[in-house]
Design a protein around this ligand. Structure first.
Ligand code: FAD
Length: 518
């Protein structure tokens, strides 16, 4: 017999190895000896009260053994001689589209502008140390896309858009820890992601798929309502039947290309702001109500904040406990910051994007003449402004949080995890009012909600501008572009995802749509 039950375990009890068995036996009023095994289905921490509690959902196996296999089975077969589907971009959307093609008996041919995960590392080092951005290989471009050297947080709000559990099981199948199947806030970590991505590559290649790295698509040859061929950066062309466009939201050249070819795009509301960085112990002490170091059983504390300021949302985004701030620019001449953390989340800083909702219809009237590209142009301008304010390198403009709110240039800055370095800059006057004014009020409100958050020990660092796509590429109910019947806009770049999991689910969906009628 199997019984699913909920248990509450205190921090002290959590230290006892057999606690789940004992609590389950007590709860079910049976002997511990009758329990053959316990499978944790869900685990979360409730730190809202002084006494921290771990909430468990467990399946108790009474006089019955635990099953060894997962309910999900990934059936990858040889597709070397199968019909091809061309996939542009090998981020989470492109990877999951390719895997799904193989499951469905089609051959994915992936074209990726960046390098494989190993070679990509050298280019990341060059951004951090030499301030040189390789425009095809950086934190956003390369094998695994923006998802590889990311934080690897896996929670998503897009539960209705697909089978989240299937995405997780597939990550585990490719080497991610099975802890992600259980945690309420699953996280892989930037140190573990490259291996998972490499394993996905091997599955695709070993089953007859193709992945062409350092192969940027620069043009489409279109006849009537179909793409007939892709033009590659070396001038070669490649004939195609179905194309999944999974180039992510940093591939501005793709938006410009589509626009130049009069292929419909739509301006989209999005969000921009800054990254705030605190010493992790401050966030721990607030969230766990502890004066000294957090208990070793507790993970680095996170937070999630939201406030409505002058009719726009101001909210925390991609919070990275125990993490780093990284330079996520995709071109020289711009500064973009983002965050990541290793699997152990053991760095001494906590960082998060704090961003303001930008309504593309109401807020960008000065950019109206750019038409559907207006939000993209606004984003580009902010990134160039950050580049200039930082001193024209990957050094990022920064300010103490309290100085920003009080409109004062910081005479010095707090230590930071951001490797290229920080330069004190008057972000309070540099940022457009639309963003800066709302951020100031937002930070004050956050300080009220989370006592200790508003502190001179925190820096804000600019700019956090790549939260989601400023453009969407329309598609119909068959997931095809309304004008180009064999083009399937996919993932974050199409405006159909906002993170690793939603991009992966969209990749699967586009693969399923792209094979119809082939
Ligand atoms: P992308 O991942 O952007 O992939 C697009 C791919 O297309 C890239 O590899 C690019 O090189 C390639 N490409 C672009 N143009 C061309 C072309 N012309 N020809 C060929 N190839 C091309 N999300 C989360 O859910 N959790 C997190 O913790 C998280 N942390 C992040 C941390 C950082 C530092 C960054 C940068 C992002 C983070 N994200 C996180 C966001 C997440 O990575 C993206 O939402 C996700 O990767 C989007 O997937 P995608 O496949 O749609 O696009």
């Amino acid at each position: 017999m199997i019984k699913d039950i909920q248990l509450r375990v205190t921090l002290q009890e959590e230290k006892q190895s057999d606690i789940l068995t004992r609590k389950s036996a007590q709860f079910l009023d049976i002997s511990s000896n009758d329990i053959i095994g316990i499978k944790v289905l869900r685990k979360s921490i409730d730190a809202r009260k002084k006494s921290i509690v771990f909430n468990y959902k467990v399946a108790v196996y009474i006089n019955e053994p635990l099953p060894e296999t997962s309910e999900y089975h990934f059936d990858y077969k040889d597709v070397s001689n199968a019909k091809p589907i061309h996939i542009i971009g090998f981020g989470p959307a492109g990877m999951y589209a390719a895997l799904r093609c193989i499951e469905l008996g089609f051959k994915p041919i992936v074209l990726e502008r960046g390098k494989n995960v190993q070679d990509r590392r050298r280019d990341l080092k060059a951004i951090n140390q030499d301030h040189f951005v390789n425009e095809d290989s950086n934190y956003c471009f390369g094998e695994g896309g923006a998802g590889t050297y990311s934080d690897g947080k896996l929670y998503t709000r897009s539960l209705k858009r697909g089978d989240v559990r299937r995405v997780f099981e597939n990550l585990v199948f490719h080497g991610a820890t099975d802890q992600i199947l259980v945690d309420a806030h699953p996280h892989i970590g930037t140190n573990k992601l490259p291996k998972v991505v490499q394993n996905v590559r091997e599955t695709i290649i070993n089953n007859g798929g193709e992945i062409h790295f350092e192969t940027r698509v620069t043009d489409f040859i279109i006849s009537k309502v179909e793409i007939k061929a892709l033009v590659l950066q070396n001038g070669q062309t490649m004939d195609v039947e179905r194309v999944i466009l999974a180039t992510g939201h940093s591939a501005r050249d793709i938006y410009y290309l589509l626009h130049d070819k009069n292929i419909a795009l739509e301006a989209k509301s999005f969000a921009m702001g800054v990254r705030v960085e605190h010493p992790q112990h401050i966030i721990d002490s607030i969230q766990y109500s502890c004066s000294s170091e957090r208990d070793a059983l507790l993970p680095a504390a996170a937070y999630s904040l939201v406030e409505q300021v002058n009719e726009r949302g101001v909210y925390s985004f991609c919070m990275c406990p125990g993490g780093f701030i990284v330079p996520a620019a995709t071109a020289n001449g711009e500064v973009v910051v983002n965050g990541m953390s290793p699997s152990k989340r053991n760095n001494q800083f906590a960082n998060s994007g704090i961003v303001v909702e930008i309504n593309a219809d109401k807020d960008l009237y000065k950019y109206e003449h750019f038409g559907v590209l207006k939000a993209l142009k606004y984003q580009e301008d902010l990134e160039r402004l950050a580049f200039t304010a930082g001193g024209r390198s990957q050094v990022a403009p920064a300010q103490r949080l309290t100085d920003f709110v009080n409109g004062k240039l910081s005479s010095d800055l707090n230590p930071s995890s951001y490797q290229p370095g920080l330069k004190s800059a008057p972000l309070h006057s540099l940022l457009p009012k639309l963003i800066g004014g709302r951020l100031r009020n937002g930070f004050k409100a956050f300080g009220e909600k989370m006592k200790g958050f508003y502190t001179e020990e925190a820096n804000i660092i600019g700019v956090e501008s790549r939260t989601s796509s400023p453009i969407s590429i329309p598609r119909n109910e068959r997931l095809e572009h309304p004008q180009i019947s064999n083009l399937f806009p996919c993932g974050e770049g199409g405006g159909y995802a906002g993170g690793i999991v939603s991009a992966a689910m969209d990749g699967e969906r586009c693969a399923e749509a792209a094979i119809i009628g082939l």
